[in-house]
Design a protein around this ligand. Structure first.
Ligand SMILES: Cc1cc2nc3c(=O)[nH]c(=O)nc-3n(C[C@H](O)[C@H](O)[C@H](O)COP(=O)(O)OP(=O)(O)OC[C@H]3O[C@@H](n4cnc5c(N)ncnc54)[C@H](O)[C@@H]3O)c2cc1C
Ligand code: FES
Length: 355
């Protein structure tokens, strides 16, 4: 597999005042292999530095001819603003090949009910999933609860309307606007009570038997506070963890590592910011967590193997990673590892910074 995809921007489509869709193609003309709900990690040269940001694909394989991502401006966000202001047709960008786990379970029974809960740019992977489901699972029912500020901030507004018209029996869309411009529309922000009420109204009871495994599946993507509220409410309502799927744009949650590593303590010698540190780490504590527990302030962000903020170079020893969605084969050949999902299989010598 190639280290990076080389992509050309074919078209830029304004979605809202704060969001644009970028249609991308492989420079060499080859097609993409991806699943609905996955994301690309862009590898950008920004002010002389390499930066990586992940963006979900709003397009759906087998449905949309062209692959696209949709970027929404994050308040004071450096890279989102940069992309929205400067990325134009003809530009060439690099990306780590598509990855991600926010995908459709194709083995679920046909009659399942899918609830999608999106806020703002959280609609991007959800839009891809909805399109795929409507085509692949025609007997399933889909309800979308979509939170936005007002009518003008709704990404994919027209495309969603078209899906409603095309699939009136299978697809129900409920827009929630916290500050609607039209006065006749109610101002609604999803909270515990409203979510409980809407799920109660729209969940097709015949498919759900509390004693048996409930059939409804929930897919959530939005800002952290929205995600927390949704997960909490659904758990309180009695839905199982295995019915709840989520994509974190900021803090990914990964399953616990399942590596075969001797749990005896290993010595980590670490060079960072001109200082030498030495500490012990035992599996299943990660290299990063052991340092943080000792108040050694190492850099990190997602703590989930997706953002590369915690990257280190392994000078000697062996590191096993439980997950890696951002480093390329070439990075690995250079000895780069992710400390947040990295576990010491032997004593280690690591170097952080200016890699
Ligand atoms: C799986 C996934 C899918 C996403 N899909 C979308 C999408 O479809 N549309 C959309 O608008 N946004 C999406 N995002 C968010 C996007 O990656 C950026 O976080 C967002 O655009 C803000 O970046 P910024 O530089 O403008 O903001 P800033 O505030 O400047 O940066 C955000 C902060 O997050 C951290 N960070 C986020 N991503 C990375 C990374 N890859 N590497 C290193 N640090 C990182 C940085 O520490 C930074 O401080 C997604 C994020 C993830 C993890
Ligand atoms: S902190 Fe994001 S990959 Fe480690």
């Amino acid at each position: 597999m190639k280290d990076f995809l080389e992509l050309v921007v074919k078209e830029v489509v304004p979605e809202t005042r704060e969001a644009k869709t970028f249609v991308l193609e492989n420079v060499d003309g080859t097609s993409f292999n991806y699943e609905a709900g996955q994301f690309l990690t862009l590898v950008l040269d920004y002010n002389g530095h390499e930066v990586r940001r992940s963006y979900s694909m709003g397009s759906a394989p087998g449905i949309d001819d062209r692959l696209y991502i949709t970027v929404k401006r994050k308040e004071n966000g450096e890279i989102s603003r940069h992309l929205l202001e400067h990325l134009k047709p003809g530009d060439i960008i690099r990306a780590v090949p598509p990855s991600g786990r926010f995908t459709i379970q194709m083995d679920v029974p046909e009659e399942r009910h899918f609830f999608f809960l999106a806020a703002g740019s959280g609609i991007v992977p959800i839009f891809s999933l909805i399109k795929s489901l409507l085509k692949a699972k025609p007997r399933s029912h889909i309800t979308l609860l979509y939170q936005n500020h007002d009518e003008t901030t709704i990404i994919y507004h027209r495309e969603l309307q078209l899906l409603e018209e095309q699939y009136p029996k299978q697809f129900t869309r409920i827009d929630l606007l916290s500050h609607p411009l039209l006065h006749e529309l109610p101002a609604r922000r999803l909270n515990n009570g409203l979510l409980e009420q809407l799920v109660g109204i729209h969940e097709p009871r015949p498919f759900t038997h509390k004693k048996d495994k409930p059939a409804t599946l929930f897919y959530t993507c939005g800002p952290p506070s929205f995600m927390r509220m949704v997960q909490f409410t659904l758990r309180v309502m009695g839905f199982d963890e295995e019915q709840l799927f989520k994509e974190h744009f900021t803090i990914p949650v990964l399953p616990p590592p399942a590596l075969v590593i001797d749990p005896q303590p290993k010595k980590v010698q670490l060079h960072y910011n001109g200082k030498e540190y030495e500490y012990n780490v035992s599996y299943p504590t990660s290299i990063l967590q052991a340092a943080l527990d000792l108040n050694i302030e190492l850099p990190y962000s997602c703590k989930g193997g997706r953002c590369a903020t915690c990257t280190a170079r392994c000078i000697s020893g062996e590191v096993k990673m439980s997950n890696n969605e951002v480093l390329t084969e070439k990075d690995l050949e250079k000895g780069l590892i992710l400390t947040c999902v990295g576990f010491a299989a032997t004593d280690l010598r690591l170097e952080l910074g200016s890699l």
